[in-house]
Design a protein around this ligand. Sequence first.
Ligand SMILES: Cc1cc2nc3c(=O)[nH]c(=O)nc-3n(C[C@H](O)[C@H](O)[C@H](O)COP(=O)(O)O)c2cc1C
Length: 194
Amino acid sequence: MNSDIFALTYEARSVRVFDEERLPSKELLCHFVDCARVTPSAGNMQVLKYKVCCDADTVKQLRPLTRWAGYIKDKKLPPDGKEPTAFIVICHDKSIGAVTPFTQMDVGIAAQTVNLAAREAGFALCMIGSFDKDGVRKLFDLEDDLEPQLVLAIGAPAEEPVICSVDETGSIKYFRDSADIHFVPKRSLEEILL
Ligand SMILES: Cc1cc2nc3c(=O)[nH]c(=O)nc-3n(C[C@H](O)[C@H](O)[C@H](O)COP(=O)(O)O)c2cc1C
Protein backbone atom coordinates (compact mmCIF):
# COMPACT_ATOMS: atom_id res chain seq x y z
CA MET A 1 0.00 0.00 0.00
CA ASN A 2 1.36 3.44 -0.86
CA SER A 3 0.69 6.29 1.51
CA ASP A 4 2.34 9.57 2.35
CA ILE A 5 3.28 8.33 5.80
CA PHE A 6 4.85 5.15 4.35
CA ALA A 7 6.85 7.20 1.83
CA LEU A 8 8.06 9.61 4.50
CA THR A 9 8.93 6.79 6.92
CA TYR A 10 10.72 4.91 4.13
CA GLU A 11 12.80 7.97 3.26
CA ALA A 12 13.61 8.84 6.86
CA ARG A 13 16.78 6.78 7.06
CA SER A 14 19.61 7.36 9.49
CA VAL A 15 22.03 9.67 7.70
CA ARG A 16 25.71 9.89 8.58
CA VAL A 17 26.99 12.17 5.80
CA PHE A 18 25.79 15.77 5.80
CA ASP A 19 26.05 18.91 3.69
CA GLU A 20 27.48 21.45 6.10
CA GLU A 21 26.54 24.32 3.75
CA ARG A 22 22.81 23.99 4.41
CA LEU A 23 21.88 24.58 8.04
CA PRO A 24 18.59 24.07 9.87
CA SER A 25 17.53 27.25 11.65
CA LYS A 26 16.94 27.32 15.39
CA GLU A 27 13.30 28.07 14.63
CA LEU A 28 12.98 24.93 12.49
CA LEU A 29 14.68 22.79 15.16
CA CYS A 30 12.19 24.15 17.70
CA HIS A 31 9.38 23.23 15.31
CA PHE A 32 10.69 19.62 15.34
CA VAL A 33 10.54 19.69 19.14
CA ASP A 34 7.04 21.14 18.95
CA CYS A 35 6.04 18.06 16.91
CA ALA A 36 7.51 15.81 19.63
CA ARG A 37 5.73 17.86 22.29
CA VAL A 38 2.29 16.64 21.16
CA THR A 39 3.09 12.92 20.90
CA PRO A 40 1.76 10.20 23.19
CA SER A 41 3.46 9.98 26.58
CA ALA A 42 3.11 7.30 29.28
CA GLY A 43 0.61 8.57 31.84
CA ASN A 44 0.82 11.83 29.91
CA MET A 45 3.64 12.67 32.32
CA GLN A 46 5.67 14.47 29.58
CA VAL A 47 8.94 13.92 31.36
CA LEU A 48 11.09 14.83 28.35
CA LYS A 49 12.94 18.10 27.86
CA TYR A 50 15.00 19.07 24.83
CA LYS A 51 18.29 20.89 24.42
CA VAL A 52 18.42 22.42 20.96
CA CYS A 53 21.86 23.32 19.71
CA CYS A 54 22.95 24.81 16.39
CA ASP A 55 25.63 27.36 17.20
CA ALA A 56 28.83 26.34 15.46
CA ASP A 57 31.02 26.34 18.54
CA THR A 58 28.76 24.10 20.66
CA VAL A 59 28.11 21.78 17.71
CA LYS A 60 31.88 21.41 17.29
CA GLN A 61 32.25 20.46 20.94
CA LEU A 62 29.35 18.02 20.87
CA ARG A 63 30.44 16.09 17.76
CA PRO A 64 33.33 14.21 19.42
CA LEU A 65 31.04 13.12 22.25
CA THR A 66 29.00 10.98 19.81
CA ARG A 67 29.84 7.49 18.47
CA TRP A 68 28.83 6.47 14.99
CA ALA A 69 28.18 3.38 12.85
CA GLY A 70 29.62 0.61 15.01
CA TYR A 71 29.31 -1.95 12.16
CA ILE A 72 31.45 0.09 9.78
CA LYS A 73 35.12 -0.18 10.68
CA ASP A 74 36.93 0.96 7.54
CA LYS A 75 35.56 4.49 7.19
CA LYS A 76 35.27 7.53 9.41
CA LEU A 77 31.62 8.47 9.76
CA PRO A 78 30.60 11.18 9.49
CA PRO A 79 33.52 12.09 7.21
CA ASP A 80 35.45 15.28 8.01
CA GLY A 81 33.67 18.29 6.54
CA LYS A 82 30.39 16.36 6.27
CA GLU A 83 29.26 16.39 9.86
CA PRO A 84 25.90 17.24 11.48
CA THR A 85 25.30 20.94 11.95
CA ALA A 86 22.77 20.74 14.77
CA PHE A 87 21.82 18.54 17.67
CA ILE A 88 18.77 17.96 19.80
CA VAL A 89 19.50 16.21 23.08
CA ILE A 90 16.47 14.46 24.54
CA CYS A 91 16.61 14.54 28.34
CA HIS A 92 14.46 13.01 31.08
CA ASP A 93 13.48 15.56 33.70
CA LYS A 94 13.57 13.64 36.98
CA SER A 95 11.90 16.52 38.82
CA ILE A 96 8.68 15.51 37.00
CA GLY A 97 8.95 11.76 37.58
CA ALA A 98 11.52 9.00 38.06
CA VAL A 99 13.18 7.29 35.11
CA THR A 100 11.15 4.13 34.34
CA PRO A 101 11.05 1.69 31.40
CA PHE A 102 8.35 3.96 29.98
CA THR A 103 10.94 6.71 29.68
CA GLN A 104 12.64 4.83 26.86
CA MET A 105 9.32 4.43 25.06
CA ASP A 106 8.58 8.14 25.31
CA VAL A 107 12.08 8.88 24.03
CA GLY A 108 11.62 6.58 21.03
CA ILE A 109 8.28 8.11 20.12
CA ALA A 110 9.72 11.62 20.39
CA ALA A 111 12.85 10.73 18.42
CA GLN A 112 11.00 9.21 15.49
CA THR A 113 8.60 12.14 15.43
CA VAL A 114 11.57 14.53 15.13
CA ASN A 115 13.02 12.23 12.46
CA LEU A 116 9.86 12.44 10.35
CA ALA A 117 9.51 16.19 10.88
CA ALA A 118 13.13 16.71 9.86
CA ARG A 119 12.67 14.64 6.71
CA GLU A 120 9.53 16.50 5.78
CA ALA A 121 11.54 19.73 6.03
CA GLY A 122 14.37 18.37 3.83
CA PHE A 123 16.74 17.56 6.68
CA ALA A 124 17.82 14.25 8.20
CA LEU A 125 19.20 12.84 11.39
CA CYS A 126 20.92 9.98 13.07
CA MET A 127 19.78 8.94 16.54
CA ILE A 128 22.83 8.51 18.73
CA GLY A 129 22.40 6.31 21.78
CA SER A 130 26.13 5.83 22.16
CA PHE A 131 27.42 9.11 23.51
CA ASP A 132 29.40 10.52 26.40
CA LYS A 133 26.62 11.35 28.87
CA ASP A 134 28.88 13.12 31.34
CA GLY A 135 30.45 15.13 28.54
CA VAL A 136 27.02 16.23 27.27
CA ARG A 137 25.89 17.05 30.80
CA LYS A 138 28.99 19.18 31.30
CA LEU A 139 28.83 20.89 27.90
CA PHE A 140 25.30 22.15 28.53
CA ASP A 141 25.75 22.59 32.26
CA LEU A 142 22.63 20.46 32.78
CA GLU A 143 20.96 20.47 36.18
CA ASP A 144 21.21 17.22 38.16
CA ASP A 145 17.55 16.44 37.46
CA LEU A 146 18.13 16.34 33.70
CA GLU A 147 19.27 12.95 32.41
CA PRO A 148 20.40 12.93 28.76
CA GLN A 149 18.73 9.97 27.03
CA LEU A 150 19.34 10.26 23.30
CA VAL A 151 21.21 12.63 21.00
CA LEU A 152 19.73 13.50 17.61
CA ALA A 153 22.44 14.57 15.17
CA ILE A 154 20.82 16.69 12.48
CA GLY A 155 21.79 18.23 9.17
CA ALA A 156 21.11 18.38 5.47
CA PRO A 157 21.50 14.87 4.05
CA ALA A 158 24.42 14.31 1.69
CA GLU A 159 23.65 10.62 1.26
CA GLU A 160 20.51 8.60 0.70
CA PRO A 161 20.81 5.21 2.41
CA VAL A 162 19.02 2.37 0.66
CA ILE A 163 16.78 -0.24 2.28
CA CYS A 164 17.56 -3.79 1.17
CA SER A 165 16.27 -7.23 2.19
CA VAL A 166 17.95 -9.32 4.83
CA ASP A 167 19.78 -11.93 2.73
CA GLU A 168 20.18 -15.68 3.31
CA THR A 169 22.97 -15.10 5.85
CA GLY A 170 20.40 -13.39 8.07
CA SER A 171 22.71 -10.45 8.76
CA ILE A 172 20.99 -7.25 9.82
CA LYS A 173 24.26 -5.29 9.80
CA TYR A 174 24.18 -2.19 7.64
CA PHE A 175 27.03 -1.91 5.17
CA ARG A 176 28.47 0.37 2.47
CA ASP A 177 29.29 -0.86 -1.03
CA SER A 178 32.27 0.10 -3.21
CA ALA A 179 30.39 3.22 -4.37
CA ASP A 180 29.99 4.18 -0.68
CA ILE A 181 26.23 3.71 -0.75
CA HIS A 182 24.87 2.83 2.66
CA PHE A 183 22.55 -0.19 2.69
CA VAL A 184 20.18 -1.03 5.57
CA PRO A 185 18.80 -4.58 5.63
CA LYS A 186 15.20 -4.73 6.83
CA ARG A 187 13.29 -7.91 7.61
CA SER A 188 10.33 -8.60 5.30
CA LEU A 189 6.73 -7.92 6.27
CA GLU A 190 6.04 -11.68 6.10
CA GLU A 191 8.82 -12.36 8.60
CA ILE A 192 7.64 -9.90 11.20
CA LEU A 193 3.92 -10.61 11.05
CA LEU A 194 3.11 -13.19 13.74
C1 LIG B 1 17.76 4.10 20.02
C2 LIG B 1 18.74 4.17 18.88
C3 LIG B 1 20.08 4.40 19.13
C4 LIG B 1 20.99 4.52 18.08
N1 LIG B 1 22.30 4.82 18.35
C5 LIG B 1 23.16 4.98 17.33
C6 LIG B 1 24.51 5.36 17.60
O1 LIG B 1 24.91 5.53 18.74
N2 LIG B 1 25.33 5.57 16.53
C7 LIG B 1 24.91 5.41 15.23
O2 LIG B 1 25.69 5.61 14.31
N3 LIG B 1 23.62 5.05 14.95
C8 LIG B 1 22.75 4.82 15.96
N4 LIG B 1 21.45 4.49 15.70
C9 LIG B 1 21.00 4.37 14.31
C10 LIG B 1 20.80 2.89 13.93
O3 LIG B 1 22.05 2.33 13.65
C11 LIG B 1 19.88 2.83 12.69
O4 LIG B 1 18.58 3.20 13.09
C12 LIG B 1 19.86 1.43 12.08
O5 LIG B 1 21.11 1.13 11.50
C13 LIG B 1 18.80 1.29 11.01
O6 LIG B 1 18.98 2.28 10.01
P1 LIG B 1 17.77 3.22 9.64
O7 LIG B 1 17.56 4.13 10.81
O8 LIG B 1 18.21 3.95 8.42
O9 LIG B 1 16.58 2.36 9.44
C14 LIG B 1 20.54 4.36 16.73
C15 LIG B 1 19.19 4.12 16.49
C16 LIG B 1 18.30 4.03 17.54
C17 LIG B 1 16.84 3.79 17.24
